[in-house]
Write a protein that binds this ligand. Structure first.
Ligand code: HEC
Length: 149
């Protein structure tokens, strides 16, 4: 029997930590868990977007968010207990594997240092939703593809 193909560390983190809710194809479950595929790639087009993603992973997120026209009012658990490398890896996996079309040409992988920097402040969900709204506003004024809610 041949061994299974090697699984990258980032794919493994995504598999272990995210798939149970966001699903193996990162499409989520409509109304329950938002899709990350063909969605969050847009966020990294604006400067604050990278930090927003890091902040969500470090603090969790609770409260109504609209993704692709569907409202989610769920609870995203925090993953601050993971290492900086693992958090960066999970985000990079979702970005490069499931958001390739949306990524800006100059996209550079999120680094462990960015995650580390994100740990210096705690963000509650109200603050995170404000960050998120600002990202959508900026995307809208930049007329990025798929920027509309
Ligand atoms: C227990 C279920 C669950 C798990 C596990 C989970 N999430 Fe989430 N995630 C959610 C929910 C629910 C939301 C929406 C929260 C809300 O309604 O405010 C969300 C939101 C998000 C968002 C914000 C999306 C946006 O458009 O602003 C990101 C990014 C995200 N998750 C990434 C991840 C990653 C990466 C992992 C794995 C490390 C993960 N999630 C694991 C349930 C989960």
């Amino acid at each position: 029997m041949s061994p299974p193909p090697p699984v990258s560390a980032s794919a493994e983190i995504f598999q272990q930590r995210c798939v149970i809710c966001h699903q193996p194809d990162a499409q989520g479950i409509q109304g329950l868990y938002p899709p990350l595929a063909d969605s969050i790639g847009n966020y990294v087009r604006v400067k604050e977007g990278r930090q927003y993603l890091v902040h969500v992973l470090l603090n969790g997120l609770e409260g109504p968010v609209v993704v692709k026209g569907v409202t989610y009012n769920g609870l995203m658990p925090q993953f601050a207990f993971l290492s900086d490398d693992d958090i960066a890896a999970a985000l990079n996996e979702v970005l490069t594997r499931f958001n390739a079309v949306l990524l800006p040409g100059a996209f550079q992988a999120i680094t462990a240092d960015e995650v580390k920097a994100g740990r210096t402040t705690t963000k509650n969900s109200t603050e995170l939703m404000r960050e998120r709204a600002q990202i959508y506003d900026e995307l809208k004024s930049a007329a990025a593809p798929g920027a509309s809610k």
